[in-house]
Ligand binder design. Structure first.
Ligand SMILES: Cc1cc2nc3c(=O)[nH]c(=O)nc-3n(C[C@H](O)[C@H](O)[C@H](O)COP(=O)(O)OP(=O)(O)OC[C@H]3O[C@@H](n4cnc5c(N)ncnc54)[C@H](O)[C@@H]3O)c2cc1C
Length: 383
């Protein structure tokens, strides 16, 4: 396991300034502040980001992408999240589905989808979890059976973020019997959310916000051409996808707009020592997480697969987010009004959302098992 402190280069700092200018202009044009991937999707904003070349940044040039580095993507994502930009529309495609097409997609998929992701012209969501399959993902019951020219899909997904606006749901399902080994016989299908037999129903948060959904499949026809990667290789594919889902700065930066606003409000005030100590601890933890996450991006650029490091950042980062919100809630005190402008409204949003941070993308308890098993494996290999 390796975490190295590697500062940004001059070119990366220039990119950061470009993103800051872009966000300042967006703000001047009336863009609001939200909690990043938890904020309402804004397709027009995502298209403007795409027009700057900042969606699908790491897609190689031979696939119609800009071929930029993981660190450059880190720089853009960090600035967007810190500014509270509404990035959720392009988020799944940018963060992970694009990588899946590059690694596992057919030539046809690469030609069809990668340039559209870069252009901000297609949105994806993830159909993994089911009512009885979350941490134990290999136990999914959604099933596709053979029919002429493709598959008939039946089953139910739950907690599907963004299915209300996405074009496709990348669906993990069983395509052949488990025969005692549940990790075999799974596949990933690209399902058109507007196809006959697909029903999307909202699940609302306590504040009424519509983030995720139930998705039902009732004899949905999926053509053979929409099998992503290899039929039967779904487990290997989906675990590699989860490594992308866990590694980014989104795992500790969702609450940054709240911290930044609080800092603005408090910076000219005399604060008691205990408050200063607690704020100081929050910001030093944040800087440590940032260095760890940046080091992961550098490792990706060297062609390494820092999956254990990513799991650690997600575990520590999401705990940090929850603790920071709890600390701010205590500091601000009283009943929070979610409709209030500025810090209070944002903080109220964050208080409602914070419990989800340690669940999405695999719970922290399960990630700790991943870390422990990998450490055991690498110990055995080096023995
Ligand atoms: C905001 C949000 C967005 C989401 N978006 C999506 C999405 O877009 N697509 C999608 O497919 N899913 C999505 N999910 C679902 C998420 O991936 C699951 O909630 C998560 O994998 C946990 O599954 P579960 O809810 O069924 O909990 P369970 O698996 O039932 O777990 C319940 C509790 O038991 C613990 N536990 C379970 N197994 C073990 C174990 N082996 N060792 C130790 N502890 C264990 C867990 O840590 C947890 O605390 C989202 C969830 C949230 C909160």
């Amino acid at each position: 396991m390796r975490f190295a402190a590697e500062p940004l280069t001059e070119d990366e700092l220039r990119l950061r300034d470009e993103v800051r200018e872009f966000m300042a202009q967006e703000r001047a044009n009336g863009l609001g502040v939200g909690l990043g991937i938890n904020a309402e999707a804004d397709m027009e904003f995502s298209r403007r980001v795409a027009a700057r070349g900042w969606v699908g940044m790491t897609i190689p040039k031979e696939h119609g992408g800009p071929g930029r580095t993981a660190v450059e993507r880190f720089v853009v994502v960090e600035e967007m999240l810190a500014a509270g930009a509404p990035i959720s529309a392009h988020w799944v495609g940018d963060r992970q589905t694009a990588q899946m097409f590059v690694r596992f997609g057919s030539e046809e998929h690469q030609r069809e989808f990668l340039p559209r992701i870069v252009a901000g012209d297609v949105w994806f969501c993830l159909g993994m979890s089911e009512p009885d399959s979350g941490s134990d993902l290999a136990s999914v019951r959604t099933r596709a059976t053979r029919t002429e020219g493709g598959w008939l899909l039946n089953g139910q997904k739950v907690w599907t973020s963004g299915a209300q606006y996405a074009d496709y749901v990348v669906t993990l399902c069983r395509t052949s019997p488990a025969e005692g080994r549940k990790h075999v016989g799974l596949s990933q299908l690209l399902v058109d959310l507007r196809a006959d037999g697909v029903t999307v129903s909202p699940i609302r948060l306590l504040n009424g916000f519509h983030h995720f959904n139930e998705v039902h499949f009732d004899d949905v026809f999926v053509p053979d051409s929409m099998v992503l990667g290899q039929e039967g290789d779904g487990w290997h594919q989906v675990t590699s996808e989860l490594a992308h889902e866990r590694s980014g700065p989104d795992r500790f930066l969702s609450v940054m707009p709240v911290l930044a606003r609080l800092y603005e409000e408090l910076r000219h005030r005399d604060l008691p020592d205990d408050v200063l100590t607690s704020l100081g601890r929050t910001f030093s933890t944040y800087m440590t997480l940032r260095s760890m996450s940046l080091s992961i991006a550098r490792a990706l650029d060297r062609g390494e697969t820092p999956a254990v490091e990513a799991a650690l950042v997600k575990d520590l980062g999401t705990q940090f987010e929850q603790e920071a919100i709890e600390q701010l809630r205590t500091l601000v005190g009283g009943e929070l009004d979610p409709t209030a402008p500025g810090l209070e409204g944002l903080l109220a949003d964050a208080v409602i959302t914070a419990p989800t941070f340690t669940l999405r993308g695999g719970t922290n308890e399960v990630l700790r098992t991943v870390v422990w098993k990998s450490l055991q494996r690498s110990r055995k290999e080096s023995a």
